[in-house]
Design a protein around this ligand. Structure first.
Ligand SMILES: [Zn+2]
Length: 141
């Protein structure tokens, strides 16, 4: 049987640091992240779509705009957390994981997307997070 997926990407700018990193990713820095979403549906709708691309935008992409874009991802266990919160609490997004591309992709796939896509009949089966044009991580079901 032919399998059909729908994909869309979204770009945001976001800061992070990787706690315990051996090299320069331990520093406060950021990336122009690209998130690439792969959606699978139960069946094509009456128009022949996995999902309306506009729905991908209004759910997955908008969530990134509202929660991560121009913010700074801080692990809840990061020893810099208190200092960073004092400096600019409104800039911080406290996450329950060390914010590597891998963990960001996994969190989005497992925790964020299922809530956003509830009731659409579609599900995110793959989330790719590019930190640079050369490096990315992908979480998939
Ligand atoms: Zn980085």
């Amino acid at each position: 049987m032919t399998k059909i997926i729908a994909e869309r990407y979204h770009d945001i700018s976001c800061g992070h640091r990787v706690v315990g990193h051996e090299h320069k990713c331990k520093y406060l820095h950021g990336h122009n992240y690209r998130f690439t979403f792969t959606i699978e549906g139960e069946a094509l709708d009456s128009l022949g779509r996995v999902i309306d691309f506009g729905v991908m935008k209004s759910t997955l992409c908008e969530w990134l705009e509202n929660h991560y874009d121009h913010k700074f991802l801080m692990w809840a266990d990061d020893p810099y957390l208190d200092t960073m919160m004092q400096l600019s609490e409104e800039s911080m997004v406290v996450v329950p994981f060390n914010p590597t591309a891998e963990n960001i992709a996994k969190h989005f796939l497992e925790e964020v997307a299922p809530q956003l896509l509830e009731g659409t009949g579609a599900r995110l089966i793959k989330c790719r997070v590019d930190e640079t044009r050369k490096c990315s991580a992908t979480a998939m079901l």
